[in-house]
Design a protein around this ligand. Structure first.
Ligand code: T3D
Length: 261
């Protein structure tokens, strides 16, 4: 697949999307949002892709909506329709994808660029990364999932502060807030992300998809509903060949070979 605004490669079972509009800190245009949706959908369906990584070229992860195009869009498409057509389907597909997703945050993540990072399962940040809920700075409100994901990750008080003040936080603060899983030296970012992703790629793929569903639903459930949902998830996991292989490998004192079946 060839793209105008992205690079795409599959390496050792890991699909890597690289945002490629570095002159604008990888701000999202309509073309980029369409291409992103297309590649995320393709990665979701491709059994050779066990983990999906998203990162940016240059000094930005993504600065969110391209504001030049936003100005040009004015009048052509109202903002609600723009979100419904371009952002929400992308965020939904990424969030619900039944495989692990890792945002490798190489630089600034602002506005919907930060929302996209929040929609991934893991965030590994370079020590040069920064995070900005930039929406309020231009008189807008958080979108693309931030109103849901930000308080879940950092708690309500911090989410309110980040969203209402629009202040920039650095990678160290993001780690202290629980916004990112790890912070690594910028020149080691992709090496660390690939090591982390390879460890995920070795796990049983169906189990990972089911774990993701369980963790997503957990906080929305009461305790009793969570117990009932776990019964369903566990019965599904237990019916896979990978479960049988995992038990066999344990008994035979060897590393399991999971196939995704
Ligand atoms: O339309 C809809 O449907 C609404 C959807 C909304 C979702 C959203 O994402 S709203 C929020 C949009 N994003 C922003 O408001 C962030 C704007 N950018 C910034 O505040 C700053 O650039 C950053 C804090 C991200 C980084 O600051 P800094 O000082 O490191 O970089 P810079 O010098 O401001 O930017 C470097 C270049 O990138 C610069 O271009 P130039 O002057 O060198 O040619 C700048 O214009 C460009 N750039 C940065 N952000 C955007 C952008 N170009 C277009 N759109 C951007 N969002």
């Amino acid at each position: 697949m060839d793209f105008e605004t992205l690079e795409w490669r599959i390496q050792e079972g890991i699909g890597v999307i690289v945002f490629n509009r570095s002159h604008a800190l990888n701000a999202f245009t309509n073309t980029m949002l369409k291409e992103l949706r297309q590649v995320v959908e393709a990665a979701a369906k491709d059994d050779t892709v066990r983990v999906l990584v998203l990162t940016g070229n240059g000094r930005g992860f993504s600065a969110g909506q391209d504001l030049k195009e936003h100005l040009a869009n004015n009048g052509a498409l109202n903002i609600g329709e723009h979100l419904r057509q371009y952002y929400n389907p992308l965020m939904e597909r990424l969030y619900h994808m039944e495989k692990p997703t890792v945002a490798a945050i190489n630089g600034v993540a602002a506005g919907a660029g930060m929302s996209l990072a929040l929609a991934a399962d893991f965030r590994i940040a370079s020590d040069t990364a920064r995070f900005v809920q930039a929406f309020v700075r231009i008189g807008l409100v958080p979108d693309s999932g931030s109103t849901y994901l930000l308080p879940l990750l950092v708690g309500r008080a911090r989410a309110m502060e980040l969203a209402m003040l629009g202040d920039t936080i650095d990678a160290k603060t993001a780690l202290a807030y629980g916004l990112v899983n790890r912070v690594v030296a910028s020149d080691a970012l992709m090496e660390e992300v690939m090591t982390f992703s390879r460890a995920l790629a070795r796990q049983a793929p169906k189990a990972l998809g089911l774990i993701k569903r369980g963790i997503h639903r957990g906080p929305e459930h009461g305790f009793d509903e969570a117990l009932a949902y776990e019964v369903f998830l566990q019965a599904t996991a237990a019916s896979t060949e990978d479960h049988a292989e995992g038990v066999r490998a344990f008994m035979e004192k060897r590393t399991p070979r999971f196939t995704g079946h």
